[in-house]
Design a protein around this ligand. Sequence first.
Ligand SMILES: [Zn+2]
Length: 270
Amino acid sequence: MKTSNQTIWIRLAIALMAAALLVSTASAQKPKRKKAEPVPPPAPTVTAEELKELSDAASKSRESLIAASNTYRESLQRLLTLQKQDKERAASIVEKNKKLLDLGVLAKKEVEESEQVLAASKTKSAETEKQLESIDQLVAEVEAAEELAKLPPPPTGEFRSSGVLVRFVGFSRWNLSDFGKVDAFYRLKFGKPLPVSAFGQTQTHNQLGFDHSNALDVAIHPDSAEGQALIEFLHGQGISFIAIRAAIHGSATGAHIHIGASSRRITPKQ
Ligand SMILES: [Zn+2]
């Protein structure tokens, strides 16, 4: 299969080269046949050293955790800037290659390859954007945990509220595999999937030393219609949750609903 495909491409390439040669010899003053633009080099990632520093700092105190999350955020923002540049470069290469294809001087395969590079760069920057969002939510959770520590724990089946957050401890034993029934409720009610921002343990939780392995974060504001309906459902099902309206200190980012027990600090891996 592969060999016959290759043969087809080789024949096609030879035919195109021959056609190009005819065009270029027919009018000598025309520019030479252009080559496909080179594939842009991959954007550098956050270094292992940076991540190690982050883990070490996160294991010390809340202040250093916030500082570590800021460092991590800055690293990711730098990465995102580069990834966006890559994406723009890849998009302009696709455009150029398409024009060359229309002129008959470039193989379709090369256009497809540049389109694949563009799709991959889009995926990468979307992943980084998601990671940035999860940092904001994690910081909000860390601060929420401190706020909750000041309040006596609510008796099972009751709410405890501090203004910026609401905690509910339910009768049900929550397991991450129960995700399906929450998602099913949400789809039925709102006709779209549950907007999950962190499913169990994520890279961010690992880096900042938090156990989130049995918890689920939903990126909706607790005061929105969706948030209110979800809270009502979780309450009715006896599922524990923490609804966070905002990061307590400062920014308004990080509002979400955390389903499951609250996150615990873990010792980051050395
Ligand atoms: Zn969470």
